[in-house]
Design a protein around this ligand. Structure first.
Ligand SMILES: Cc1cc2nc3c(=O)[nH]c(=O)nc-3n(C[C@H](O)[C@H](O)[C@H](O)COP(=O)(O)O)c2cc1C
Length: 247
């Protein structure tokens, strides 16, 4: 019990560069893919495909895709950012603004007609520093039974992600999720490059590798259990002490 909670708690986003001299072997890739394989899905529909990119030339080609995010993507990301650690600790949700390149957080660059747009080159940098990318795609013309807009089917993709992430954590491999690959213009370019059929949608990409540098610790926040657990009806919350070690 403690072991799984330990892995869940220590799993984190690795946002620094990965060590390009340490490729991820096919055997290790298979372990990560088996994590995805055994993810739960509604009616066991297994509504996902995974594109594994480990060839340097293909990674470099992806890195050249313009990071031409929509204004909405940039605006909504910005809304979740804190400007200081103190603000983040107070909010207990969101992320520090310093994790993002300054061009992303420059409202001048959000306007599609702005001259600053050309500076949104983050995709190239992220891909240039990874030995392995796994893109999770799904057929947007299908859905989980009865799920209007397919929220139930999309939950599966989260299960796939978490399983892959926990396997990586247990192998001391870093993982960084990139959702920018699912944003309109970026997704379109990637679909062409990777020959993804028109009916399919890219959900996210996982950049995976061994961290190039020992990771600097950073502030990770979560709401307390008492802030989101409701007992027997929505109006009843209770403060929670952390669980005792049951190992
Ligand atoms: C569905 C999903 C999409 C995410 N997309 C991104 C992303 O595009 N870029 C990024 O840096 N992190 C992304 N993340 C990572 C979250 O920002 C991260 O999990 C959150 O800030 C908590 O930090 P932690 O992973 O270190 O616990 C994503 C996570 C999930 C679950």
């Amino acid at each position: 019990m403690q072991d799984i909670l330990k892995i869940i708690r220590s799993r984190h986003s690795t946002r620094g560069a990965f060590d390009l001299t340490r490729p991820i072997t096919k055997e290790t890739q298979t372990l990560i893919l088996e994590g995805a394989q055994w993810a739960p899905t509604p009616t066991n529909m297994q509504n996902f495909e995974i594109i594994v990119v480990d060839a340097r030339e293909q990674l470099d080609a992806i890195g050249k895709v313009p990071a031409d995010m929509s204004e909405q993507f940039l605006r909504e990301t910005y809304a979740l950012l804190s400007h200081s650690t103190a603000e983040l600790c107070e909010k207990k949700t969101g992320m520090l603004i310093t994790f993002f390149p300054s061009t992303w957080t420059n409202p001048e660059a959000w306007d599609p007609d702005s001259d600053y747009r050309s500076q949104l080159t983050f995709l190239g940098r992220a891909i240039g520093e990874t030995p392995l990318l796994m893109l999770v795609v799904y057929d947007a013309t299908k859905r989980a039974p009865g799920s209007v807009g397919d929220p139930v089917g999309l939950i599966s993709l989260g299960c796939v992600l978490e399983n892959m992430w926990l396997v990586c954590e247990s192998l001391q491999l870093g993982l960084h999720v990139l959702t920018v690959v699912s944003d309109g213009p970026v997704e379109q370019s990637l679909k062409e490059l990777l020959h993804v059929p028109a009916c399919m949608k890219i959900a996210f990409a996982c950049s995976i590798g061994y961290a190039a540098h020992p990771s600097a610790s950073y502030t990770r926040v979560r709401r307390d259990l008492g802030a989101f657990v409701h007992y027997n009806n929505f109006t009843r919350t209770e403060p929670h002490a952390p669980a005792k070690d049951q190992s």
